[in-house]
Design a protein around this ligand. Structure first.
Ligand code: TEU
Length: 542
C-alpha cells in the first residue's frame, strides 16, 4: 500500500475487478471462490494493481450471479466462509492490496428474510413497507401499477397471490427496497460497519442511481433496450435527487473509520455533470466513468469524454476514474474489433465478423491511454490477458437472467464472465482442478491466452499491463494530477503530464512522427523509428 505522495489512495488507485465466480476455483465445483483468490494473490501483487474489488460473495440463490443477496453479512458456502473472508482480507493487506466489496442496496433477493416476512405479512404491513408493494390497475387490479420496465426485459412488476404487485427493476427474484423506510437505511449502515470492522477498504455501490423512486410512481413513458440506461435527467426511478442524501450518510459512516475507506458509485447517468453530483464534497469519493467505457474508438470522441469528465470532476474536487470493461459489458477487445465501437456492446443484430487482431491492437493502445490519464483506473479480470468476449456460448448453457427475461432476444452478459485461463492447453486451463466442468464453458482455443502462456513473453498483453503498471507506480507524473494537450494532427491524441511525461495515441490513419523525447518508455505495438503507426500508443520521457 505504498503511497506516491500523501494523497489518499483512492485518488489514483488501479483497482482490479475480481468476478469471483470466474477467477479461480479452489474446490473443484466449477465456480470460483475465496480460497481461489487467496491462492492467486501473488499474481495480483506482481501485476502491480493497488486494490481488488470483489463482486458479491454473500449468500444468494444466484439468480443474478450473486447480485440477488439473501444475507449481507454472510458468505455463500459456494465461495467460502466469513472466517475465510477475514483471512483473505488479511492476506490481501499483507500483499499490499486493498479490498473493496460490492454492496447491493437497490434490491435484495426474494429469499432475504425481509422479503419472506413481507410475503407472509400481507398488504399494508410494516414488513411490506420495506419493499415497493402496490395494488394493480384496472378492474381486479390485474394490470401492473405503472409502465416501468425491468432492466433485464419485461415488466418491472410481479403480482403476488394476494393480488398486490411488487417492484423489481431487475429480475423478479430481486425485489426493490423502499429507501424511504428508516429501518432499511439503518440496516444498510450496519452492514457497512460489519465489513468495515473486518478491515475492508471500501465498497462499490451497485445500481447507485436507482434507490429512490418518484413518490407517485408515475409512468416512465419509455421502453429502453435491455440493459440500456436512460438518457434522461428527470426519470421517475433513475438518478433521483434523493439518492444523494443516502450517500452523504454513508460517507459519515466511512469517515468514522481510520485508513481512508472509500466508495465507488456504479451510477449510469446522463453525463459527467450528473455523475459529479455523486462525488461532490461530503458524498462519495469516486464513481465509474461509463461515458469513457462507451466512447467510440476515435480521437474526437475520446478527447471529448476525457475533457468533459475532467472538467466536471474538477469542479467538485473529485478524482477521475477510467474503465474499459466490466462484468456487464462486452469485453473491449471485441467491442474494438468491429466497425461500430461506441456503446457497451455490439448491437444484438450485428452480423459483422470480428477482427480479433484489430481489437487486440486497439485494446493494447487503449490500456496505455487509460493508465496515462489523471486519476484512478479499473482493470476487469482477464483484460490483462486480452480475453475477447465469448460470443458462441451454446444457448442451453446461458446463465444470465437477461436471456430468459428478454424472450431470447438478448443473450446477456455471460460472454464476458467466462472463467479465466491460468495455465495449460485445455479447459479448465488451471481455473480449477483438472477435469472440472466450469460453470460457463471456456473456448478450447484459450491456451495461448493463459496467464502462464503470456508470462515472460514481451509481446503479450499481460507483460504490457505489467510494464505499464510498474511505470505508473514509479513515475511521479502518473496517477492523480492534470494533463496538458499539445497540438497534433487530426486523429492524434497528444498530451503531457509533469514531470517529464508524454502520451501519444495515433488514430489518424496516417503515420505520426513523435515529438522530441529522451526515451521511449513503453509502446503498445512496434514503432518505425520515431514514427507512431495507426492504432498505436506510446509513453515518452521528455
Ligand atoms: O448493474 C446495473 C445494470 O444492469 C446496469 O448495467 C444498467 O445499465 C443500469 O442499471 C441501467 O440504468 C448492476 C450489476 O453490475 C449487474 O451485474 C447486476 O445484474 C445488476 O446491477 C443488478 O444487481
Amino acid at each position: 500500500m505504498q503511497e506516491k505522495d500523501s494523497a489518499p489512495w483512492w485518488r489514483s488507485a488501479v483497482i482490479y475487478q475480481i468476478y469471483i465466480r470466474s477467477f479461480a476455483d479452489s474446490d473443484g465445483d466449477g465456480v470460483g471462490d475465496i480460497d481461489g483468490i487467496r491462492s492467486r494473490l501473488p499474481y495480483l501483487r506482481d501485476l502491480g494493481i493497488d486494490a481488488v474489488w470483489i463482486t458479491p460473495w454473500y449468500p444468494s440463490p444466484m439468480v443474478d450471479a450473486g447480485y440477488d443477496v439473501a444475507d449481507y453479512t454472510g458468505i455463500d458456502p459456494m465461495f467460502g466462509t466469513v472466517a475465510g473472508a477475514e483471512a483473505f482480507i488479511a492476506d490481501a493487506h499483507g500483499h499490499g492490496l486493498r479490498v473493496i466489496l460490492d454492496i447491493v442496496p437497490n434490491h435484495t433477493s426474494d429469499r432475504h428474510a425481509w422479503f419472506e416476512a413481507a410475503m407472509a405479512a400481507g398488504p399494508g404491513s410494516a414488513e411490506r413497507d420495506r419493499y415497493v408493494f402496490r395494488p394493480g390497475q384496472g378492474e381486479d387490479g390485474a394490470l401492473p401499477p405503472n409502465d416501468w420496465r425491468s432492466t433485464f426485459g419485461g415488466s418491472a412488476w410481479t403480482r403476488v397471490p394476494d393480488g398486490e404487485w411488487y417492484l423489481h427493476l431487475f429480475a423478479d427474484a430481486q425485489p426493490d427496497l423502499n429507501w424511504n423506510n428508516v429501518e432499511v437505511r439503518h440496516d444498510f449502515e450496519k452492514v457497512l460497519g460489519f465489513w468495515f470492522d473486518r478491515g475492508v477498504d471500501g465498497f462499490r455501490i451497485d445500481v447507485a442511481h436507482g434507490l429512490i423512486k418518484q413518490d407517485s410512481l408515475p409512468d416512465a413513458g419509455e421502453t429502453n433496450d435491455v440493459l440500456e440506461p436512460t438518457k434522461r435527467d428527470d426519470h421517475p426511478h433513475w438518478d433521483r435527487d434523493g439518492v444523494h442524501e443516502i450517500y452523504r450518510d454513508w460517507r459519515k459512516v466511512a469517515d468514522r473509520y481510520d485508513g481512508d475507506r472509500a466508495f465507488v458509485a456504479e451510477a449510469w447517468v446522463s453525463g459527467p455533470q450528473r455523475l459529479a453530483r455523486y462525488v461532490s464534497p461530503g458524498e462519495l469519493q469516486t464513481a465509474f466513468n461509463f461515458d469513457y467505457l462507451r466512447a467510440a474508438w476515435d480521437a474526437a470522441s475520446l478527447r471529448t469524454v476525457i475533457d468533459s469528465s475532467l472538467e466536471a470532476l474538477a469542479e467538485v474536487g473529485a478524482p477521475a476514474t477510467w474503465v474499459l470493461s466490466n462484468h456487464d459489458v462486452v469485453r473491449h477487445v471485441t467491442r474494438y474489433g468491429r466497425t461500430h465501437t461506441e456503446g457497451r456492446g455490439p448491437r444484438a443484430d450485428t452480423t459483422e465478423p470480428l477482427d480479433l487482431a484489430l481489437g487486440t491492437r486497439r485494446a493494447r493502445a487503449a490500456a496505455l491511454l487509460m493508465l496515462a490519464l489523471p486519476g484512478g483506473a479499473y482493470v476487469y479480470q482477464g483484460e490483462e490477458l486480452g480475453l475477447p468476449e465469448v460470443e458462441d456460448i451454446p444457448e442451453e448453457l446461458l446463465q444470465d437472467p437477461v436471456w430468459e427475461r428478454s424472450g431470447h432476444s438478448a443473450r446477456g452478459r455471460d460472454g464476458c464472465r467466462v472463467p479465466l485461463p491460468w495455465s495449460g492447453d485445455a479447459p479448465p486451463f488451471g481455473f480449477g482442478p483438472d477435469g472440472v466442468t466450469t460453470w460457463l464453458p471456456q473456448p478450447e482455443s484459450w491456451g495461448d491466452l493463459s496467464a502462464q502462456a503470456q508470462a515472460g513473453d514481451a509481446n503479450s498483453m499481460l507483460e504490457l499491463y505489467r510494464a505499464a503498471l510498474r511505470l505508473r507506480r514509479d513515475l511521479p507524473a502518473l496517477g492523480e494530477g492534470s494533463l496538458r494537450w499539445h497540438e497534433s494532427p487530426e486523429g492524434v491524441l497528444l498530451f503531457s503530464r509533469t514531470p517529464g511525461f508524454v502520451c501519444a495515441l495515433n488514430l489518424s490513419g496516417a503515420p505520426f512522427t513523435l515529438p522530441a523525447h529522451n526515451d521511449i518508455l513503453l509502446a503498445s505495438g512496434p514503432l518505425d523509428g520515431d514514427v507512431l503507426p495507426h492504432d498505436t500508443a506510446v509513453w515518452l520521457a521528455v
